[in-house]
Design a protein around this ligand. Structure first.
Ligand code: ZN
Length: 188
């Protein structure tokens, strides 16, 4: 197991669509474990996409367990996930992102989705998700397609967060976990 550095949202790998995984081998299973450990290490992460740890691969991990919630959830690993259907009704929720330190903004997204993906055993899975799970999966699948959550803000909010994003781009706002700056170097 290893904690991997998380890439800053202005690193070019976060703007690129990831490649599908063709062989789910031991290296992919190890990557999934490392991604989960990396996410847990941040303290508040609920999802992480492959390109956020610098891997150009269509893989994401999600764990929406909340210590204050009695409901229990298992971590989910999705290989090559695709949203096959989404509700017309949208809902606003506040989102944050491990690649975008200290930015929290409301984003409107479809309330419910159907997702098709492969699990680590290579089995095709189809699920329906709503609520917070739907939200996190949509955010992570956007990453795999090179889309960042702040690109979905209203024009007004985009203007208001511009300065903060500039600071993040310059590496002036850093999280308390290892981060790779836009220039590819580990932030100090
Ligand atoms: Zn994110």
């Amino acid at each position: 197991m290893a904690i991997l550095p998380i890439y800053n949202c202005f690193h070019p790998i976060l703007k690129k669509k990831t490649n599908d995984i063709e062989n789910i081998d031991e290296s992919i299973r190890q990557l999934a474990k490392d991604m989960l450990e990396t996410m847990y290490n941040t303290g508040n992460g609920v999802g992480l996409a492959g390109n956020q740890v610098g891997m150009d691969k269509s893989i994401l991990v999600v764990d929406i367990s909340d210590p204050e919630d009695t409901a229990k959830y298992e971590p989910i690993v999705m290989i090559n996930p695709v949203i096959t259907d989404s509700s017309e009704s949208t809902i606003e929720m506040t989102e944050g992102c491990l690649s975008v330190p200290e930015l929290y903004e409301k984003v409107a997204r479809p309330e419910e989705i159907d997702v098709q993906y492969y699990n680590l055993e290579g089995k095709e899975i189809n699920i329906h998700a709503d609520g917070f799970l739907s939200r996190v999966i949509q955010h992570e699948i956007d990453h795999l397609n090179g889309i960042l959550f702040f690109e979905k803000l209203t024009p007004l909010r985009k203007t208001l967060v511009k300065n903060k994003l500039k600071k993040i781009q310059k590496g002036l706002i850093l999280p308390d976990y290892p981060m790779i700056n836009p220039d590819g170097k580990l932030a100090q």
